[in-house]
Design a protein around this ligand. Structure first.
Ligand SMILES: Cc1cc2nc3c(=O)[nH]c(=O)nc-3n(C[C@H](O)[C@H](O)[C@H](O)COP(=O)(O)OP(=O)(O)OC[C@H]3O[C@@H](n4cnc5c(N)ncnc54)[C@H](O)[C@@H]3O)c2cc1C
Length: 342
């Protein structure tokens, strides 16, 4: 099957040369949305443009000087996709009125990755708000043989968030609604474009924390976190997203909505399809909603300093290479400064 989503497999040197079978796991599913809670909590201050994204745009003119086009930098071949026509733009405008971006200045930031090492030349950025809109867009692109590149907060570090050629950029920036939160179990169900930091704030106000935290939290989306299987600062304590994510809703390349948005802690029914999409970097479908288990907020946080040098300057590193003996030193009492040797 011809892939309709731009293929990405970042562990490979030139991933765009690999044709992943985007529709391999297509199955008919119930159309989501009908059973959703009608009142979705809106997150405060959620914007499409956030500090890290602005980092890309502030220094990027429409031509993004200094960032070579990926297709000129690497020996890559454009697969035989169609190019976006005026008719296509008109159709997108009918599906998501006022959210079809073709202004080169606005597109510039979305064409360049966070590290400013990859640059595509997409001519159109689409900003759907709902899974149904994503489904309509992908169904149309599938029929028209148009390539699509999903983009969350555009903070990914392996170039997967930006097009290689002229793929349509499908941004989840406006899919930023909390669908439900259970105050006892800590199960959060939200759209994929919610910014991680905003979600953290939302659940912390309710006595919980997000099970992941990372430097890009002010910009990255929870959908992007899942698509990259992000780890981050809380990984050792709370484990991988493969354990904390309870369910997903995904729109496949042909527009089929795969509804696995369960919030069951223990779900033994059938295949665990969500695992396919965690870490898939957008190659298998667009993650549109997430159900995730949030741990209770700790009552206190202690900081331990780990040191390999003893109070008298002795070296506590082990004789064997790679072996390290560490001392855990207590923090000074409240109000007292940390002295050398403490
Ligand atoms: C300062 C900084 C610190 C970081 N720290 C860590 C860290 O501690 N641990 C770690 O693991 N990573 C870290 N990262 C990288 C991390 O993977 C990304 O920042 C983040 O997870 C990507 O989320 P995003 O929304 O920005 O996705 P994007 O960058 O927009 O996209 C990343 C990939 O996911 C795909 N994608 C995005 N959204 C969706 C979706 N809804 N459905 C399907 N596919 C989608 C894109 O196509 C792309 O392939 C860091 C990055 C930065 C800039």
């Amino acid at each position: 099957m011809v892939p309709r989503l731009a293929p990405r497999c970042p562990v490979r040197p030139f991933p765009w040369q690999v044709a992943c079978s985007a529709g391999a796991f297509v199955r008919q599913s119930t159309c989501v949305g009908a059973s959703r809670t009608p009142v979705w909590g809106r997150l405060h201050g959620v914007q499409g443009t956030t500090p890290l994204v602005r980092r890309g745009s502030s220094s990027t003119s429409s031509q993004a000087p200094g960032v070579a086009l990926t297709c000129e930098r690497y020996p890559v071949r454009r697969l035989p996709f169609s190019s976006v026509s005026e008719d296509d733009l008109a159709t997108f405008e009918r599906i998501i009125p006022g959210r079809v971006i073709t202004d080169p200045e606005e597109l510039a930031a979305s064409n360049v990755d966070w590290l400013r090492t990859m640059r595509g030349c997409s001519k159109v950025l689409l900003k759907p708000r709902t899974s149904e809109e994503v489904s309509h867009i992908l169904r149309y692109c599938h029929e028209r043989n148009l390539a699509v590149n999903t983009q969350g907060g555009n903070t990914g570090l392996v170039g997967g968030s930006v097009p290689v050629f002229d793929e349509i950029i499908l941004s989840t920036a406006l899919m930023n609604q909390v669908i439900s939160f259970h105050n006892v179990s800590g199960i959060l169900v939200c759209q994929a474009g919610c910014i991680l930091e905003e979600l953290s704030r939302y659940v912390e106000e309710r006595g919980f924390i997000m099970p992941l935290d990372l430097g890009a939290k002010g910009s990255c989306h929870i959908g992007g976190n899942l698509a990259t299987n992000a780890g981050g600062l809380r990984f050792l304590r709370y484990g991988s997203l493969r354990g904390t994510v309870l369910g997903l809703e995904v729109v496949l390349a042909d527009g089929t909505v795969l509804n696995c948005l369960t919030s069951l802690r223990k779900d033994n029914t059938g295949y665990d399809l969500k695992q396919l999409f965690i870490g898939s970097e957008g190659t298998l479908g667009v993650i549109t909603a997430v159900s995730i288990l949030c741990p209770p907020k700790p009552g206190a946080v202690n900081v331990a300093f780990l040191d390999a040098v003893g109070p008298a300057g002795e070296d506590h590193r082990g004789a064997e290479p790679g072996r390290l003996c560490v001392q855990v030193r207590p923090l000074p009492a409240r109000g007292q400064a940390l002295r050398p040797g403490d």
